[in-house]
Design a protein around this ligand. Structure first.
Ligand code: CO
Length: 452
């Protein structure tokens, strides 16, 4: 199984490189339709070269049932005692779910310490992401921090400079809230044309968890802010010393000093023992392994913020301080990893989210955006959280173009790619939140495409 996934990962990498080249060549003025056509040609070329770019292989499970285990027979596991309660002090998923893992894309970055892996959205249910499947973006690898030796320093424009131990923080009043956390570059490979052939890679730089910790405001109040205080610098204890500047209004708003995620202490790769959570804003601001907060009167011009996290516009100018993650949605129950198996009933389900507050409505189209039906919002609708939507659907076996379109509580409607490109162009990496299209072939295979 592992070998199979690995070899597919490699063929995907090869095709990804070719597709990236195709996008760069065709982006200059050809329609997105042309880009999509070229992409398909590269897919075919990849398959001919021996790379198995089959829909469904990333997240699918191929296994044949053993008739001995099927009714009226008593299955083999009913004949023997099962595992004892002390066999797995920390439980793990069924081995039959071993295909549900985070994956990275080798050609994206030159090392895996300064890189990203992706959440397998096609295999998740509801709105909560299990801790072991939350995407990770590291800049200098995941620091291995001993909480006994970890300190949080608060200094700068404060009345009292403070140093907290983890024990200090765990004794303070706490909060628990559910929020999504999304990398600013989620979907960034899709700006110049459809490129990634899996939902995991088109939208997987996101998770949604219950976060527990101390309100950042509680700690800042304790330190006492000087009248000139306007900005915070948050710094991580990892090898990159990752930093971001955060405006004070946000810091005093809903930011949390997080030590627990989905009920357990943070995982090392999620910032153990302490991270910042800046709800609804670019994920990289939620500094992991948080060791220092400096209060100042202006933003810091760190290397990260000068060279990255700006959005290059068609004019050649770049937008700065675009922190909020925009209104977005995607169908997850039908995806390249979740091909259809014959005509008949399916549930179209997916997730919507917005850094602007709550999701108000999600519409689904099965004809590429000509007609829309409002989906059922199912489960909790929370502030800056994934929101699950569902719609019953009967597939007649013909080619269809599936789309979802989210609207947030401010009335903002998720744009098409054409609308997004008309204002933002194609050269940004960040804030790609356009409507996703899945092309369902009559074979049931599902492809990532973009419509002009
Ligand atoms: Co931004």
């Amino acid at each position: 199984m592992a070998d199979q996934v690995d070899s597919q990962g490699k063929s995907k990498m090869l095709n990804g490189t070719q597709k990236a080249n195709a996008s760069a060549v065709t982006a200059g003025g050809m329609s997105t339709e042309t880009v999509a056509m070229d992409r398909r040609r590269f897919l075919v070329a990849g398959a001919a070269a021996g790379g198995a770019v089959m829909a469904g292989t990333v997240g699918g499970v191929a296994h044949a049932a053993n008739p001995e285990n099927l009714p009226p027979n008593v299955p083999e596991w009913s004949h023997v005692l099962g595992a004892a309660v002390d066999d797995a002090p920390y439980g793990l998923p069924s081995p039959f779910e071993s295909h549900v893992v985070r994956r990275n894309v080798e050609w994206l970055t030159s090392t895996t310490q300064a890189s990203i892996n992706f959440t397998p959205l096609a295999n998740l249910h509801g709105i909560i992401t299990p801790n072991g499947l939350c995407f990770c973006r590291h800049h200098g690898g995941a620091a291995a921090v001993n909480p006994e030796d970890h300190r949080l320093i608060i200094h700068g424009l404060v009345d009292r400079e403070l140093i907290f131990t983890m024990e200090d923080l765990l004794r303070m009043p706490s909060v628990s809230r559910i929020h999504f956390l999304e990398c600013a570059a989620n979907g960034g490979m899709e700006w110049r044309g459809a490129q990634m052939e899996a939902l995991q890679f088109t939208h997987g730089m996101i998770n949604c968890c219950e976060w527990t910790g101390v309100s950042l405001k509680t700690v800042l109040d304790q330190a006492g802010l000087k009248p000139k205080a306007k900005w915070l610098l948050a710094e991580g204890a990892d090898a990159s010393g990752m930093t971001r500047s955060i405006p004070l209004e946000k810091a005093l708003g809903d930011c949390i000093l997080v030590y627990a995620q989905n009920g357990e202490m943070l995982r090392p790769e999620q910032g153990y023992p302490l991270r910042l959570l800046v709800p609804g804003w670019e994920g990289n601001m939620s500094i992991k392994w948080l060791r220092r907060i400096e209060v100042g009167d202006q933003p810091w011009h760190t290397r990260e913020e000068s060279s990255k996290y700006t959005d290059l516009m068609p004019s050649g100018e770049a937008r700065r301080f675009t922190w909020r993650q925009e209104t977005n949605s995607v169908i997850t129950s039908v995806a390249p990893e979740r091909p259809l198996n014959g005509k008949g009933f399916y549930e179209l389900s997916g997730v919507a989210w917005t850094g602007s507050g709550k999701i108000k409505r999600v519409d689904i189209s099965t004809d590429g955006g000509r007609n829309w039906t409002t989906a059922q919002i199912s489960g909790p609708v929370l502030d800056k959280s994934l929101t699950r939507f569902r719609m019953p659907w009967r597939w007649n076996g013909e080619e269809v173009l599936l789309q979802s379109r989210a609207m947030d509580e401010t009335g903002y409607v998720q744009p098409t790619f054409a609308q997004l490109r008309s204002t933002r162009g194609i050269w940004s990496i960040y804030h790609r939140h356009a409507i996703q299209t899945w092309l369902v072939r009559s074979s049931g295979e599902v492809e990532n495409v973009q419509l002009s």
